[in-house]
Ligand binder design. Structure first.
Ligand SMILES: Nc1ncnc2c1ncn2[C@@H]1O[C@H](COP(=O)(O)OP(=O)(O)OP(=O)(O)O)[C@@H](O)[C@H]1O
Length: 506
């Protein structure tokens, strides 16, 4: 047996009310792609944060190449040969690629020396990138390459990747996998967190599965089915969501010729977007983030006002109304960015419930907040959507990503909206929780609400949508019945939606 690159022995980390990692032991060998699997809140992020020096364990030890390893900061981890690419990028949009890379280095060389090195690394690892390009103009996939190249310049022995494919197109995923395989063949180890089990099966040599903070299994992913992996993660069998198909002949929301300029320098514009959503129907809108998805959600939420007559609900013109008036009318939205936009990290779940549900759930009377009613509402959401947290008093920022996502979506669904618009409803959510959220969206439609699901996850869109369209460069393709659409047809719609078909209002 070769000596492990990283040996982890009995790592334990407790937070108030929860043991996030309980006596975790595992080994990462040189030159392997090692998957770290587990449902939301299983402890994956906590473990990699300990490896990357962001969190100190309460107990246990690590060894790197046989020598004690106890990083006290990311700089120390980097110096020991560990690099990490986070799910959320930490780049400055107004700076160019080389400047961003320099900012992430502890001792950066002059930009004129750095730029050719970036070019070298990006070429030899198949990560096309121009050092002079402004980051704000780059796609999510290109931004991720900036982060990867920044890590690779430090020649890491272990590269940690946290859900790297959630922002990528299928083509970009292929490119990334080729890069990771090349790194592996050169002897770099990769620790890979993802909820996408088919990708894990295709890429990873071995997997460690966490449940409730402890290691419950390790396996060779290619030898298991995705269903089996999911079952080990959650400890029970999973059911696929049921889609009854309940669209009625009654218009819930109509968008007519909605055009908006970009909200900020690096934003996207919306170009003549039209659609009709019926009551009881789920419309799926696919496309790579950054093509107008956020802008469409903001226009529906009332965060951006549009020209009169562009957004109508049950015959009423909402285009000039702000968010509260739209909520009152029953149009609710859940944005993609859960921390900062959908939820305030430092506020408790109860306080976060108040922020969006005050009007519809009548949580304020005569100018006073009814805290016990608000807490009961938050607890109802926690129960119904299986949000794993010590209680409604917990700060939103202390929840694992997936659990906060369940809370944010559940908070809107629990208000029985007439129309619900969600952006990336299951981003970072594990298989079981994703199924719960999708089923809840379908149940909402079955009860007569109209639902718009904006997502980059095509499997998700095919699972929940009655009709599907692609949003590309601010234009919406024609909607097509989701039943019977193939991945190739969808790929074409995503690739050139506006070339093939005019925006259409059917
Ligand atoms: N800073 C913190 N304060 C309090 N509790 C925390 C903190 N960070 C994590 N936790 C808790 O520790 C547990 C493990 O969380 P962790 O983020 O490691 O899970 P995860 O497997 O990465 O989940 P996800 O897939 O949802 O990102 C969760 O119950 C979470 O609420």
């Amino acid at each position: 047996m070769t000596q492990p690159l990283l040996q982890i022995d009995g790592l334990t980390k407790a937070y108030p009310g929860v043991v996030a990692n309980d006596d975790v032991s595992m080994a990462i060998r040189p030159g392997e792609v090692h998957a770290l699997l587990g449902e939301n809140g299983a402890g994956k992020s906590t473990l990699v944060k300990m490896i990357f020096g962001l969190v100190r364990p309460n107990a246990g030890r690590m060894e790197m190449n046989g020598a004690p390893y106890a990083p006290t900061s990311p700089e120390a981890a980097r110096a020991a040969g560990v690099g990490m690419v986070f799910q959320h990028f930490s780049l400055f949009e107004a700076l160019n690629v080389a400047e961003n890379v320099a900012l992430g280095m502890s001792d950066p060389p002059p930009i004129k020396d750095l730029a050719p090195r970036i070019r070298d690394v990006s070429q030899s690892y198949g990560l096309p990138l121009n050092p002079g390009n402004i980051v704000g103009d780059l796609s999510a996939g290109e931004r991720q390459r900036v982060e990867i190249v920044r890590c690779l310049l430090g020649a890491p022995k272990l590269l940690i990747m946290d859900e790297p494919t959630s922002v990528l197109t299928p083509q970009e995923v292929d490119l990334l996998f080729a890069t990771l395989r090349k790194l592996r063949d050169e002897g770099t180890s990769i620790l890979y967190i993802s909820h996408k089990l088919e990708e894990i099966r295709a890429l990873c040599d071995t997997a460690t599965i966490l449940r409730g903070g402890t290691v419950v299994a390790s396996c060779t992913p290619a030898e298991e089915t995705a269903g089996r992996l999911a079952e080990v993660m959650v400890g029970r069998r999973l059911e696929a969501p049921q889609r009854p198909g309940t669209a009625r002949d009654e218009i819930a929301v109509q968008i007519d010729g909605l055009s908006l300029p970009p909200a900020h320098e690096f934003g996207a514009s919306l170009k003549d977007v039209s659609l009709t959503l019926n009551a009881g129907e789920v419309l799926g809108i696919g496309g790579v983030a950054g093509n107008g998805q956020d802008e469409l959600l903001a226009a529906l939420a009332g965060e951006t006002l549009s020209a009169p007559g562009t957004i109508r609900m049950e015959g009423r013109d909402l285009s000039r109304l702000g968010p509260e008036a739209r909520r009152r009318a029953g149009l609710l939205t859940a944005p993609e960015e859960r921390l900062g936009h959908a939820a305030a990290p430092d506020l408790s779940l109860t306080e976060n419930a108040l922020l969006s549900a005050a009007t519809r759930e009548r949580l304020v009377s005569r100018g006073f907040i009814d805290w016990s009613r608000t807490r009961r509402f938050a607890e109802g959401v926690i129960d119904r959507f299986d949000v794993r947290t010590p209680g409604a008093g917990t700060a939103a920022g202390a929840l694992s990503g997936g659990n906060l996502q369940k809370f944010v979506i559940g908070r809107e669904i629990a208000q029985t909206p007439r129309v619900l618009v969600v952006n990336q409803p299951t981003w970072g959510v594990d298989a079981a929780a994703a199924a719960t959220i999708r089923q809840a969206l379908l149940d909402l439609a079955a009860d007569g609400s109209g639902v718009i699901v904006i997502s980059q996850d095509l499997d998700e869109l095919m699972e929940v949508s009655d009709r599907f369209a692609a949003l590309t460069e601010g234009r919406l393709s024609r909607f097509r019945p989701a039943a019977g659409l193939t991945v190739e047809q969808i790929g074409l719609m995503l690739g050139g939606a506006h070339d093939m078909e005019p925006a259409h209002a059917d």
